[in-house]
Design a protein around this ligand. Structure first.
Ligand code: ATP
Ligand code: MG
Length: 418
């Protein structure tokens, strides 16, 4: 048997995992400030859920889904994105009844069978937010502001949001035909997949990685109906009040079918060709079309892997213990083990290697651990009921403190390091 992970799937070693955890912690803090509550939905759902909500002609459904038939003969899929599950739960659990604000966030891994490359994995983490039941531009502005504050809190200041409006079903009905007529005249310039899908969904061509760029310049533009235009203007005004920099980008379409009105993305050129950190938009018709109440909604999803890549030059999280306990003699092993327990009970991150190893070898581990202090117990300390505290990072005298006082003394030494 060869021991290797699958292509596009990877291990996050402790340093990376700590970066992810720090982003998640920042997100949870910001979500609490904005009144969002966590919703944990299943990783696997009926395939049909994603086909119907994400959309049949989307890349996700057409070619990226991990779908299979389970033992009971059901067609299921491992989730490629978070919104369909949240909407399913909202309908199934009657969450519209639970109060006037249905604001949910999720943190979880998503799965897409795409070609792996830098910043594109087959299993990746998303942090997402959904605000269901509020049609007003205040909800748009709040959702986008929260996203920008979250990115700041996570360590990425100065983000600018790319913003566009796709209008409502009404605006798009006319536009769909205009665009289709235009695209039919340009089939020789379209890529193979676009040629195949324009008849079913001409808008998808605008989001195509190959054709999108030239179409942005040449294709006819969508004209918003007065209501959608007012909603878009108001959203921009409110973002200005919130102090959120944004840039109207008529070429921004987004690859999912359910979007209406406001769509947005945060990008960073530092990411190269996989430049999107976060994408989102309004989905006013999705809940109803899935069999739920008429509930307009807006949400976004952020790629934690890409955000972590952007933050890789920030100081690495400190994973070192604060102190390292060493048993200098065999007789001191039990007392050292007791000391470890007392330190941890006092809230001090303490570690040790193997007390049965030589003093020299334990001290080498102490140095390697990155701890600020080694705590030694040998024959003398055992007799006197003390612990020797030895600084590891800075020059300094070894001091002896009574065993019972060691945790408190260390706390004062370590401040504000712990
Ligand atoms: P892209 O255009 O890069 O394919 P997308 O439009 O498919 O992105 P969304 O479905 O909007 O992405 O997902 C939101 C975020 O999730 C993206 O902005 C990105 O940061 C992240 N993301 C999407 N697909 C992947 C992936 N395969 N690997 C890592 N992160 C991803
Ligand atoms: Mg994609």
């Amino acid at each position: 048997m060869s021991v290797h992970s699958l292509r596009g799937f990877r291990d996050l070693l402790p340093q990376d995992a700590a970066r992810f955890a720090a982003i998640e912690a920042a997100a949870r803090e910001v979500f609490a400030l904005y009144g969002y509550q966590e919703l944990r939905v299943p990783t696997i759902e009926l395939k049909e859920l994603f086909v119907k909500s994400t959309g049949e002609t989307t890349d996700i459904v057409e070619k990226e889904m991990y779908a299979f038939t389970d033992g009971g003969g059901r067609e299921v899929a491992v989730r490629p994105e978070g919104t369909p599950g949240v909407v399913r739960a909202y309908i199934e659990q009657n969450l519209s009844q639970s109060g006037h604000n249905a604001k949910f966030y999720y943190i979880g891994n998503m799965f897409r069978a795409e070609r792996p490359q830098a910043g594109r994995f087959r299993e990746f983490e998303q942090i997402g937010a959904e605000y269901i039941g509020n049609a007003s531009p205040f909800a748009d502005a709040e959702s986008i502001t929260m996203l920008v504050r979250l990115l700041e809190k996570a360590g990425l200041p100065g983000c600018s949001v790319e913003l566009n409006s796709l209008g409502c079903a009404e605006c798009r009905r006319n536009y769909r035909q205009t665009l289709l007529d235009f695209l039919r005249g340009k089939t020789d310039r379209l890529c193979e997949p676009c040629r195949g899908r324009i008849e079913r969904n001409p808008l998808r061509a605008l989001d195509c990685k190959l054709d999108g760029p030239w179409l942005a310049g040449e294709a006819p533009k969508l004209t918003l109906c007065p209501d959608c235009a007012a909603h878009f203007t108001r959203t921009q005004e409110l973002l200005k009040i919130a102090g959120v920099p944004h840039n109207v980008n008529p070429g921004l379409v987004r690859g999912l079918d359910y979007y209406t009105r406001t769509v947005f993305e945060v990008r960073s050129s530092a990411l190269g060709s996989q430049d999107a950190v976060c994408g989102g938009g309004r989905y006013d018709d999705l809940v109803k079309s899935m069999g739920g109440p008429a509930a307009p909604a807006i949400g976004w999803a952020m790629g934690v892997d890409r955000l972590a890549m952007l933050l890789k030059d920030k100081p690495a999280p400190n994973l070192a213990p604060a102190v390292f306990v060493v048993a200098a003699t065999e007789a001191a092993q039990d007392q050292s083990f007791r000391l470890l327990a007392a330190l941890r009970a006092a809230g001090i991150a303490a570690d040790s290697s193997n007390f049965t190893l030589s003093l020299k070898s334990q001290m080498r581990s102490a140095d390697k651990s990155g701890a600020a202090f080694a705590l030694l117990i040998g024959e003398d300390e055992l007799k006197a009921g003390t612990v020797a505290i030895k600084p590891l990072k800075e020059k300094g005298e070894q001091t002896a403190v009574p065993f019972a006082e060691a945790p408190a003394r260390l706390k004062s030494f370590l401040k504000p390091a712990i």
